[in-house]
Design a protein around this ligand. Structure first.
Ligand code: FES
Length: 124
């Protein structure tokens, strides 16, 4: 982001002119063709519904294009559907709709990584 934009944002925020609340987490669920073939659309919808039904307002769920996780193994799509949680940079594999409960209960609510679906975590 251009430094002038950051300065402008800070100035507007200081004056109370920015009303958008910052999100605590942003979860991207891949909707690329290999993840879609393994149910990522249902994962995305289930996750959105769960976040909404729980009344969780500080977590944003978005779809993404191919995250390239599908190319990580010889068997293309083996790790799909893929999802990533920011700002932690936690990448998940095989995030099917039945995995959503664990991600919401453990990661979203407790900040704990769901180890059974962890692909990797970005390092600082
Ligand atoms: S299609 Fe989802 S990682 Fe490539």
């Amino acid at each position: 982001m251009h430094p002038d934009i950051i300065f402008l944002y800070i100035a507007l925020n200081d004056r109370g002119l920015i009303r958008m609340k910052p999100y605590r987490l942003h979860i991207f669920v891949c909707q690329g063709k290999r993840c879609a073939a393994r149910g990522s659309e249902q994962t995305l919808e289930t996750l959105k519904e769960r976040i909404k039904s729980e009344g969780i307002k500080d977590v944003k769920v978005s779809k993404s294009g191919c995250l390239k996780v599908c190319k990580e193994t010889d068997a293309e799509g083996e790790l799909c559907p893929a999802a990533v949680v920011y700002p932690e940079g936690v990448w998940y594999q095989k995030v099917t709709a039945d995995t959503v409960d664990a991600i919401v209960n453990e990661h979203v609510k407790k900040g704990a990584i769901v180890e059974k679906r962890l692909l990797f975590k970005l390092t600082k």
